[in-house]
Design a protein around this ligand. Structure first.
Ligand code: ADP
Ligand code: MG
Length: 691
C-alpha cells in the first residue's frame, strides 16, 4: 500500500496547474505520467540572464539587454513578422514577432519605453535580431526575470520554459518525508536532506550544480541506488529463507572429473566449491557463473548436475538455441551415461513417439538430466524430482521463462551461466540478488588469438589471405554488424559481402542473419559446424557459445561500432583448439583516439573481465556499453559509472538493513519503505528476480 503522504507525487500530471488535454501528452512524453516524473526531470543546462550591453552581443547566445524601443515596422504581408527596433547606448537590435498582434505589442511596449529583453541573439544579413524574446519587461519588474534559469528537456509544442514552470509547480507539491538515510552517513558525505537536494537540483546557481558529482545529485543518486539495492537484498534474503534440498558432493562428480582428459582450472574448482557450499546450506541457491567463452563453465555445471543425480534428483540444462543444446548434450551425455546416468535431449524437433519416450523418462525419474531449448518448459514436460535448473546464456531468457522451468520442481536451485563479463563495479547493480562466481582463468594450452586492426581500404588483401587459408582447410567467421537504422539495407550489405566472398572463395560461403527462421539459421550453423561451409557470414552476433573448434579466423567489419565486450566475445569464437587463430578488426578510417585505444586493449589482453573494466573506463557514463539491454537498470539519478563508489556503499548499507530489520519496521525501516515506493524499487517487483 502506498503511503498517503506520497499521494500528491503519484497524482497524474493533469493535476498540475496548466496541464490540460493538449499539454498532458506532451509533458508525459518529456517526463512521464505522474507528478513525480515531472519533479524528476533534470535540467541539462542553465541560462544566465545577467544584463549586458549590445556591443557585447554574441551570435547564437541567450543574452539579456536593457533597451529603448525606437520604432515599429509593420509586416507587408501576413506571413511576415512585426519588426521592432530597439537600442542601448552601444548598439541596435531588432526584435522579431510573428503573428497578428502588432497593435497589442505597440500598446504594451510603446516607442520610447525602456525594456529588459532576454532571448537568443542572431546575427543575420538584416542585422542583429532576437526572435520572440523569452522575456520583455519593464525595468521596474526586472525581478520577473530569473537571473539563472535551469533548462529542461523539451519537445515539439512544449518549450523548455514551460516544462520548467511545471517542474516548479511539481516542486511545490513535495511533501516533507521522514529521513531514510543514516544521519551519520549524511553528515560524513555532507549530503543535504532529500527535499533540499531536489530544490538544489531545480535551482542550479552554476554549471557545477548540474554535475552528477554535486552533493545534491550524489544524494539523489544514493537514494535511488539504496532503494534498488535494498529491494535486491530483500529478495535475496527471502530466497534464502526458502528451504531447499541439501545436496552432498558426489563420488560421481569426482569420477567424471577423473575421466576428463584435462584437470579443472583453479577457477573452475572455486566455482564448483561455491556451488557445493550453496548445495549444503539447505537454502535455495541462485548463482551466476560468469566466465569468458571457453572458460569451461559447462563441465562445472555437469559436476553440479552429477551431485544432484547421485542424491536422487534431476537437473535441467537449458540453452537458447538448438545447436547449443545439442553441443551441451554431446559434451555431457557421454561422460554421464558412462556412469549410468540417463541424459535426455529435448528440443522443438522432438515429435511423436520419440518425444513421448523422452517425456516418460523425465516424468519417471529414469533420466536424471534433461538438456534442451525452450521446449523444456512446455507444460507436457514433467519431472519426477527436479532440483537444479541450469540456464546457459541467461540473458537470452526472460524471467518468466526461467521461472516456468524452475516451477517444475520444488524450491529448485538455479545456476545461471553468462559469457558476458561484467565489470566488478556493475556486478552489484545487475546481479545484486544473485550470488556470483567468476571463472577468471582460462584452461591452459590455448594459443592467444593474434588480433589486428586493418583499415577497410585494405579489405582485398584480407580476402586474399582468407582464400589461401580456406584452401588450406581453415574455417572463418565474417561478421557484418547491424549498423544503420534500416535492417533491410544492413541485410543487403551482408548479402553483398557474402556474394563478393563467394566470387573469390567459392561455394563454401554461407550466410546467417537475424531475419532467418530459427530452423533455417540452425541448419546453416550446423553446416558450418560440420565443416560443410568454410566461411560463415553473419549479421547478428554469432550464436554465443557455439563451438566450432576448426574455425580459426574471425573477421569483423566496422569493428569500431561494437562494444569491446562484444568484440571480445566474437573473438572468443575462434582460438578454441591448439592451432593458431587470427582476428581481423576491419575499421573505417580515420579512427578516433578513443576508438584506437579501445582496439588496442583488445590486442593487448584476452581477459574478458579486464576488457570490460577498461571499456567502462574509456567510455565512461551513459550506456556506452549497451548494458541496459542486458539488464542494467534505467536509473533516473544514478549513473553506474559516475556513482560507482556509491553502489558499493548502498550494497553494504542494504545488507546491513536487511540483517537488522528484515521487515523494515523500525522508524528508519518505515522511512525506507517510503523511499522504495518513491522509486518503484520494491522487493516484490522482481525485474530480474532469481527466486
Ligand atoms: P564455456 O561454456 O565457458 O564457453 P565450455 O565449457 O564449452 O566453455 O568449454 C570449452 C572447451 O574447453 C570445451 O571443449 C571443454 O571441454 C574444454 N575445457 C573445459 N575446461 C577445461 C580445462 N580445465 N582444461 C582444458 N580444457 C577444458
Ligand atoms: Mg558455453
Amino acid at each position: 500500500m502506498r503511503p498517503e503522504i506520497l499521494f500528491p507525487l503519484f497524482a497524474p500530471i493533469t493535476s498540475l496547474k496548466g496541464v490540460g488535454p493538449r499539454v498532458a501528452p506532451l509533458l508525459e512524453k518529456v517526463a512521464g505520467p505522474i507528478v513525480r516524473d515531472v519533479l524528476w526531470l533534470r535540467p541539462h543546462s542553465i541560462v544566465v540572464r545577467t544584463p549586458a550591453m549590445l556591443s557585447a552581443a554574441v551570435d547564437g547566445q541567450v543574452m539579456t539587454f536593457e533597451v529603448t524601443i525606437q520604432d515599429y515596422q509593420k509586416p507587408r504581408a501576413a506571413s511576415q513578422p512585426w519588426r521592432v527596433q530597439a537600442a542601448d547606448a552601444t548598439g541596435l537590435i531588432t526584435l522579431v514577432f510573428f503573428g497578428r498582434f502588432g497593435d497589442q505589442l505597440q500598446q504594451r511596449h510603446p516607442v520610447g519605453a525602456r525594456r529588459i529583453v532576454s532571448g537568443k541573439v542572431e546575427e543575420t544579413r538584416f542585422g542583429r535580431q532576437m526572435v520572440h524574446p523569452d522575456y520583455m519587461v519593464d525595468p521596474e519588474r526586472r525581478d520577473d526575470i530569473p537571473e539563472i534559469e535551469a533548462v529542461y528537456p523539451a519537445t515539439e509544442g512544449l518549450p523548455a520554459r514551460r516544462v520548467r514552470g511545471f517542474v516548479l509547480e511539481a516542486q511545490s507539491r513535495v511533501p516533507d518525508l521522514p529521513e531514510w538515510q543514516d544521519p551519520a552517513f549524511l553528515t560524513r558525505e555532507r549530503f543535504p536532506p532529500w527535499r533540499e537536494a531536489l530544490e538544489l537540483l531545480h535551482s542550479p546557481r552554476s554549471e557545477a550544480d548540474l554535475s552528477p558529482l554535486s552533493l545534491h545529485c550524489r544524494r539523489l543518486a544514493y537514494d535511488e541506488l539504496l532503494a534498488h539495492q535494498l529491494a535486491m537484498a530483500q529478495r535475496k534474503a527471502a530466497r534464502r529463507r526458502e528451504p531447499a534440498a541439501r545436496i552432498a558432493p558426489s563420488t560421481l562428480a569426482e569420477a567424471l572429473k577423473a575421466d576428463l582428459p584435462f584437470a579443472f582450472t583453479g577457477a573452475q574448482n572455486r566455482a564448483l566449491d561455491d556451488i557445493r557450499q550453496d548445495f549444503r546450506a539447505g537454502e535455495r541457491m541462485s548463482r551466476l557463473v560468469q566466465g569468458d567463452v571457453g572458460s569451461g563453465k559447462t563441465v562445472v555445471a555437469m559436476c553440479a548436475m552429477a551431485d544432484v543425480a547421485e542424491g536422487g534428483g534431476q537437473s535441467a540444462l537449458m540453452a537458447p538455441t538448438e545447436i547449443l543444446a545439442r553441443q551441451h548434450y554431446e559434451t555431457i551425455s557421454g561422460p554421464l551415461a558412462a556412469h549410468g546416468v540417463g541424459v535426455v535431449l529435448l528440443t522443438g524437433r522432438d515429435k511423436g513417439a520419440g518425444r513421448a519416450e523422452k517425456l516418460r523418462a523425465l516424468a519417471s525419474g529414469e533420466a536424471r538430466v534433461a538438456v534442451g531449448t525452450h521446449a523444456l518448459f512446455q507444460d507436457e514436460v514433467r519431472f519426477h524430482r527436479l532440483q537444479l535448473v541450469v540456464i546457459d546464456e541467461q540473458h537470452r531468457f526472460g524471467v518468466a521463462e526461467r521461472q516456468r522451468l524452475q516451477a517444475k520442481g520444488e524450491a529448485t536451485h538455479l545456476i545461471a551461466m553468462s559469457a558476458t563479463p561484467i565489470p566488478r563495479t556493475l556486478e552489484l547493480t545487475m546481479y545484486g540478488d544473485l550470488d556470483v562466481s567468476r571463472i577468471d582463468e582460462k584452461p591452459p594450452g590455448r594459443t592467444p588469438v593474434a588480433t589486428r586492426a586493418v583499415p577497410m581500404p585494405r579489405i582485398d588483401e584480407i580476402v586474399g589471405r582468407l582464400r589461401e587459408a580456406v584452401a588450406g582447410g581453415a574455417q572463418a567467421f565474417w561478421i557484418c554488424p547491424l549498423v544503420s537504422e534500416s535492417e533491410v539495407s544492413d541485410l543487403a550489405a551482408a548479402e553483398m559481402r557474402a556474394l563478393a566472398l563467394w566470387k573469390v572463395i567459392g561455394p563454401g560461403v554461407g550466410l546467417v542473419h537475424g531475419k532467418m527462421a530459427g530452423a533455417e539459421k540452425d541448419a546453416v550453423m550446423a553446416d558450418f559446424a560440420d565443416g560443410k561451409l568454410s566461411v560463415l557470414v553473419a549479421t547478428t552476433v554469432v550464436e554465443v557459445g557455439v563451438n566450432v573448434p576448426n574455425a580459426t579466423i574471425m573477421v569483423i567489419e566496422q569493428a569500431e561500432r561494437f562494444g569491446l565486450a562484444q568484440l571480445h566475445q566474437l573473438r572468443g569464437r575462434v582460438g578454441r583448439g591448439r592451432r593458431e587463430s587470427a582476428c581481423v578488426l576491419l575499421y573505417d578510417p580515420p579512427l578516433s583516439e578513443t576508438a584506437q585505444q579501445r582496439l588496442d586493449i583488445l590486442r593487448r589482453t584476452d581477459d574478458g573481465f579486464v576488457i570490460a573494466e577498461k571499456d567502462l573506463e574509456l567510455r565512461g557514463g551513459g550506456d556506452a556499453l549497451g548494458l541496459r539491454q542486458s539488464g542494467l537498470p534505467d536509473y533516473v539519478f544514478a549513473d553506474p559509472f559516475v556513482h560507482r563508489e556509491l553502489i558499493a556503499a548502498a550494497g553494504d548499507d542494504a545488507r546491513l538493513i536487511v540483517a537488522r530489520d528484515p521487515e523494515l519496521t523500525s522508524p528508519r525501516g518505515r522511512a525506507l519503505q517510503v523511499l522504495q515506493e518513491l522509486f518503484d524499487w520494491k522487493a516484490g517487483l522482481a525485474l530480474r528476480d532469481a527466486g
